[in-house]
Each structure stands twice: as C-alpha cells, then as structure tokens.
Design a protein around this ligand. Structure first.
Ligand code: HEC
Length: 157
C-alpha cells in the first residue's frame, strides 16, 4: 500500500515535470507554465470566484481572522475556558449578521451555500463548547474545520 503510493507519487512528479518543461519550451518561459493554469503541477482546477481586487484583500483578511479564531478556540480549550471558546466560535465563526454579510457579497451560489453550512457548524461548535465536554467539542471543531478544508479544495479567489 505504502510502496504503491510512493511509486505513484514519483511517477506523477516525473510526468508533471515533463509536461511543465514541455510547456515552458513551447510558450517561451516560466510565466505561462506557472500562471496559465494548464498542464503540470501548476494546474489549479478550483473554481474561481473572480473577485475584484478590493474584495480579494478583504476576503483574505477575513480568512486570516478565521484562522486566528480557530487558534483562540484551541488555546481557550487548553485553559479549560470553554465559555470563552464558545464566545469566540459564536462571534468569529457562527452565522451572525456580520459573517452572513461577508458571504453574501460573493456572487456564487455554491460558495454561499458552503459558507452558510460552515457558519451553521460554527453555531453548533459554540453550543457544544458551552457544555464543556472536551471530546464533543473537539469533534465539533473538526466538523467546522472540515468546511475550511473542503471550501479551499473547491474554490479560489
Ligand atoms: C466557503 C468557503 C470557505 C470557507 C468555509 C473557509 N475559507 Fe478560507 N479561503 C477561501 C477562499 C476562496 C480563499 C482564497 C484561496 C485562494 O484563492 O487560493 C481562502 C483563503 C484562506 C486563507 C489564506 C489567507 C491569506 O491571507 O492568504 C486562510 C488562512 C484561510 N482561508 C483560513 C480559513 C479557515 C481557518 C477556515 C475555517 C475556520 C476557512 N478559511 C474557511 C474560502 C473559504
């Protein structure tokens, strides 16, 4: 199992390396190979949201705040401050007005749907943290973080 996946990895790396080199020769330079989104390991097949430049910065700042919220939740749990963790989850990840406004600015229904489900999971996380149950809280955090992972795998700016 392990051996096989290593072989597949090496093979994929070789083939994509070759494809990239070919692309560079054909199109005269790194730029096309890296930015064109076609061919080799530089391919990014995620759905683009086509965000305008100003929204890009705004969205990334919100995302960094999400990451920090997860960090604060973990740190509060470690200090047995479940109420504090719950508050952060409700305010920074839950489906409150501020969060909903952010998601609704992005004009892609599938993205909005995923964003809404994510914020609902933030509500559940806040509720679960309130109970002070460590295992259930970690499960709920895992559930919320699954939305981070799957949205990032599906969409790009
Ligand atoms: C509904 C979709 C969605 C959800 C849910 C989501 N993100 Fe993102 N996030 C994005 C998109 C789109 C980008 C831009 C990625 C790109 O263009 O490559 C992004 C980018 C980021 C970045 C990069 C910020 C930067 O400055 O470069 C971080 C960090 C991040 N997200 C953290 C998180 C965390 C943590 C969570 C969950 C708690 C989360 N995101 C949930 C869509 C989402």
């Amino acid at each position: 199992m392990f051996r096989k996946s290593v072989l597949v990895l090496i093979f994929t790396a070789l083939v994509s390396g070759m494809a990239m080199a070919e692309g560079m020769m054909k199109h005269g330079g790194m730029k096309h190979g890296m930015m064109g989104g076609k061919g080799g390991s530089s391919e990014d097949s995620r759905i683009s949201l086509n965000l305008p430049p100003m929204m890009k910065q705004h969205q990334l700042a919100n995302m960094r705040a999400h990451l920090d919220a997860v960090r604060q939740i973990v740190s509060s749990i470690a200090e047995d401050d479940f109420n504090g963790a719950s508050e952060i989850a409700a305010q920074q990840l839950g489906s409150n007005k501020r969060m909903m406004k952010m998601c609704n600015m992005i004009e892609n229904e599938a993205f909005k749907g995923m964003g809404l489900a994510f914020h609902k999971s933030g509500d559940d996380l806040a509720k679960t943290l309130k109970t002070g149950n460590l295992k259930e809280s970690l499960r709920a955090l895992n559930n919320t973080m699954n939305y981070c992972v799957s949205c990032h795998a599906t969409f790009r700016q």
